[in-house]
Each structure stands twice: as C-alpha cells, then as structure tokens.
Design a protein around this ligand. Structure first.
Ligand SMILES: Nc1ncnc2c1ncn2[C@@H]1O[C@H](COP(=O)(O)OP(=O)(O)OP(=O)(O)O)[C@@H](O)[C@H]1O
Ligand SMILES: [Mg+2]
Length: 276
C-alpha cells in the first residue's frame, strides 16, 4: 500500500487543499484511494460534507478508541474510487489521552494492518494537523511519502521541527519527500525568499508547484475537488502535475532514503539554538 501524508507545522500552508485534490486526482486515474482526515479542525471532512463530521460516531475517533472498526468508519464519497475517513473535534482530546499509552504513534498503523486495509486500497492520503501532537505522530508513522507545502518563509522554518520529528519516529528514514511550493506565485518577492531559504537548507523542491489560483481558494465550498469544480483552471493543471509526480515516485521501485539526512540541518540548528 502507498501512503502519502501531507504535513507541515504551519497553519494555512495548503495541506488540506493538496490532500483533497491529490486524493481525488489519484482516484481519477482509477486508483482505489482512501482519504483520511487526521486534523481535528476537520477541514476536509467539512469540504466533503461527509455526515456532519463533528460527532465521534463514525469517525476516526471511534476507530482509534475501538468503538468501531476502521472498516466501519470508511465511507464512500461522491467521487468514484474515493473513500473517506472523517475527523471529529474529539480527536484533539483523544490525542492527549493516547499520549499516556505506550507505542501510541503507531496506533493508526496497527489499525491499518489489522484490518488489511492494504488489500482494499492502492493509496491512502492523510491530511495532518498543523500542530505537533500525538495525532500528527500517527499521521507520520505509516507514511511512505510526505508532501510538505511551503507558502511562506515561516513554513520553511516550521519544516525543521517536522523533519526532526520524522527522523525521531522513523530513524531508518525509509520515506521520501515532496517539497511543494504552494500558493506563492501571487508574490514573486516572497516566492524568491522561500526559494532562497530552501536552497540554503539543501531542500530540493518538487517539480510541481501549486500556483495561487482563486478557484482553488473557493473549491472547498463546492465539494473539494478542483478537477470537478474547475477542470480547466491552473489549480487543476497544477494538481494534475503533482498527482503525476506522486505516481512517478511510487512507480520508481522500492523505497530508498531519498534525502540526505543532513536535510534541513541548518534550519534545525537555528531552531535548536533558539530553543537553548
Ligand atoms: N494554491 C492556492 N491558491 C489559492 N488559495 C489557496 C491555495 N492553496 C490553498 N489556498 C487557500 O489557502 C487557505 C489555506 O489552505 P489549506 O486549508 O489547504 O491549508 P492547511 O495547511 O490545510 O491549513 P491548516 O493548517 O489550518 O489545516 C484556504 O483558504 C485555501 O483555500
Ligand atoms: Mg488543513
């Protein structure tokens, strides 16, 4: 099974927009896709209008607390080949509770394995919260590929703490990264500053960029997928290119650490120095 987690510790950098549209784009290629909302803000859940998404019943909360099986909370969406697991506001409290349990970062991974979810889906796409938390750790633990959006210099700085967490939870570094410029084309000065910071930290930028697109900003009120809402927009073109890059990444054979472990080192040093 191929698991993609969209992550960064910066609010509003484009995680949910990318998670929703990459999942939908993969499904349009005929892949069986499970989109999981691991953000207590439940953005994607609301976009998909999947139930009310804000009660514990039939959401990830009931699966993680073992009141229901994960299979029971997987629901169909209006999009062919795309299934969904909803978030709920109780997820944040649950995160605090599970942090007392040994091995809590692998709780979701265990559920996926126990219920043989790999037999039913080609891809899982996980939208993660913007706060470092036990729930975010569960989003990190099973992933093969991380998509990290950058829409500001703050997002580059936030990435240092995320990368530190990735390496802590996955010391073998058996994952790959796609660092994606997101919503930056509106301000060329800012875009250049972000590129400079990324280059300083030897962070390789993905081929695909999600340019600023007014339709992408509005798509959430129309069900979430830009491919269905505005198929000819540049948002749709950019998401299609990102989906292609993701597919290529998975078709390139077995996983190998794709990034030098020194990645983000200078930013990490900066963060450590600030914390000291
Ligand atoms: N490429 C884009 N062009 C225009 N608007 C965008 C683009 N990407 C995202 N947005 C808008 O920016 C806002 C933040 O995006 P999004 O919700 O995807 O970020 P997020 O990282 O999931 O935020 P959070 O950390 O709160 O979960 C949303 O209003 C979204 O519609
Ligand atoms: Mg979000």
């Amino acid at each position: 099974m191929n698991i993609i987690t969209v992550i960064n510790a910066k609010g509003g950098c484009g995680k949910s927009t990318i998670a929703m549209n990459v999942a939908s784009g993969l499904a349009r290629h005929g892949h069986r896709v499970l989109l999981m909302d691991l953000d207590p803000q439940a953005q994607v859940t609301q976009w998909l209008a999947a139930g009310d998404g804000l009660t514990a019943e039939g959401t990830l909360v009931s699966a993680l607390t073992r009141q229901q099986s994960l299979s029971e909370v997987i629901q169909p969406t209006g999009f062919e080949n795309l299934s969904f697991v909803a978030s709920a506001d109780g997820l944040e409290d649950l995160g605090r509770e599970i942090s007392q349990t040994d091995g809590y970062p692998s709780m979701l991974t265990q559920l996926l394995a126990e219920e043989h979810i790999a037999d039913r889906f080609d891809f899982i796409v996980i939208d993660s919260p913007n706060q470092i938390s036990p729930i975010m750790e569960n989003a990190i633990f099973p992933a093969d590929v991380f998509i990290v959006p950058f829409e500001s210099t703050k997002a580059v700085k936030s990435y240092a703490s995320i990368y530190k967490l990735l390496v802590k939870l996955r010391p073998q570094e058996d994952f790959r990264m796609l660092h994606v410029l997101s919503n930056l084309s509106r301000l060329s000065g800012l875009r250049n500053r972000v590129l400079t910071l990324l280059a300083q930290d030897n962070i390789t930028v993905a081929r695909s960029e999600v340019r600023s697109c007014g339709w992408l900003a509005q798509v959430d009120e129309n069900g979430g997928s830009i491919f269905h809402y505005r198929p000819l927009s540049k948002g749709s073109q950019d998401m299609a290119a990102l989906v292609e890059e993701v597919r290529e990444l998975f078709s390139n054979g077995p996983q190998a650490p794709a990034e030098p472990s020194s990645e983000a080192t200078s930013t990490l040093d900066e963060v450590t120095a600030q914390a000291a």
